[in-house]
Design a protein around this ligand. Sequence first.
Ligand code: FES
Length: 258
Amino acid sequence: MTPTSKFVPRIVSFLCNWCSYAGADLAGVSRFQYPPTIRVIRVMCSGRVDPSFVVRSFLNGADGVMILGCHPGDCHYATGNYYARNRAEVLGWLLDLAGLDASRLVLDWVSAGEGQRFASLVSDFTEKITRLGPLGSGDGLGEQDLRDRLLACRNVVESEQVRWLVGREREMLANKNVYGEDVSEETFHTLLRSKLADEFLRSRLLLLTAGRSLSVKEMAREMGTASSVILRHVGVLEQAGLMSLAGIDDNSPKYRAA
Ligand code: FES
């Protein structure tokens, strides 16, 4: 018996009221079997699932998160599930940055008549998360490290600039940017990924220096990142008034989150 064989994953599933929730209902009345691992949250549309709901689910102990909506083209609010798809992609990149397996989040489609499909998706996802193991330890992270990383993720998805970029993706790709230029999907994703990486690192630095002063070298050691990279981000945070010089120790400037 492996150490994880007794592990029963906790899965939060956001179900769209108009399709997946009815699909889950059909699975129940049809007596299709699936594991009792999911905690259901009914939403009016998969587009209602804010990225912060997903990160907060992980922070509150979920090992996996499912978002199930209407099939593309069938959303009752026309485009909600397309927004959900963009957000899920961004969340996958962020989980990756945080050192967590991105497949702990799944977005899929289930119509009201697809009870069997609902049961299969839950069974497959439960199997996958069971294989991955508990959130954190299954990803090789300690408890505190996991919490710090998830808090940084939460700050990133709640930051105004990231929310603006993620929310505008569909519009910006369909139309032109504010300078009247076409933006390719590749260019937009490169920009967004680099923004996420910067915000994630800065958020981790702020959490690291909350209530204590550290030199750039110490921050670099704790984060496992090059000092030159840390120095650049400390400069940005200082300019934004989010970090300040707390003193000098042994000729090394020490910084603290403001
Ligand atoms: S109404 Fe079901 S995904 Fe939008």
